[in-house]
Design a binder for this molecule. Structure first.
Ligand code: NI
Length: 203
């Protein structure tokens, strides 16, 4: 019969293994996030400043693009991703609304609340940047789904902020364009490429 000590030892061992497994899962999640970010256009990439064109072809390529963008958004741990962020200059974005994956093509805001709110916003294309941006708290969007059917959706709360952010991407507009001067200066300092130590050493 195992002693009390042995029993505790076994228990601790199982706990350690569970903890190791949780840490391994977290490391993998972080690795996936970094790989996903490397596949998303980053600040300085001209695609982020271009105006996207309307989607016209509702074919298998489009369905594959939507699927790829949705996977990338989740792996990057984001809640929205616009086509321009993957270098596709077409008017569509994916986003998460109440745990559901959504897509909107050729979107337009048809009504927006008078009321606005300023809150910190980040962007998968501007790593390390968080700046206050004023947005309508409620918007109604019209557009198409991935099969070309008309969609009209009323959105409020955090998701209203997300869709306004993604719609901006389709016009080449970024959060640093919509924040105050001081926050923009701070963001640009963060985004400036860091010099590699020793690279500028005198000869
Ligand atoms: Ni963004």
């Amino acid at each position: 019969m195992p002693s009390r000590h042995d029993h505790e030892h076994t228990h601790d061992h199982e706990q350690d293994e569970r903890q190791d497994a949780a840490e391994a899962a977290e490391l993998e999640r972080e690795a996936r996030r970094l790989i996903a970010l490397s596949r998303i256009r980053q600040y300085g990439d001209p695609a982020l400043r271009m105006k996207a064109r309307e989607v016209e072809d509702f074919d298998d390529d489009l369905l594959r693009l939507v699927e790829r963008m949705t996977t990338l958004m989740h792996e990057a741990q984001g809640v929205g991703l616009a086509a321009t962020q993957v270098g596709v200059l077409r008017r569509l974005f994916v986003y998460v609304d109440e745990d559901e994956d959504r897509v909107l093509l050729n979107p337009a805001i048809v009504t927006s609340s008078m009321e606005t709110a300023a809150e910190d916003e980040g962007c998968l294309s501007l790593r390390g940047v968080l700046v206050p941006v004023e947005r309508h708290i409620k918007v109604t969007l019209e557009g198409l789904d991935e099969r070309g059917a008309a969609v009209r959706t009323e959105i409020e709360g955090p998701t209203a902020r997300v869709v306004q952010h993604e719609l901006d991407h389709l016009d080449g507009v970024l959060i640093i364009d919509r924040t105050d001067d001081e926050s923009r200066r701070g963001a640009l300092a963060t985004l400036r490429p860091q010099p590699v130590l020793g690279a500028a050493a005198p000869r």
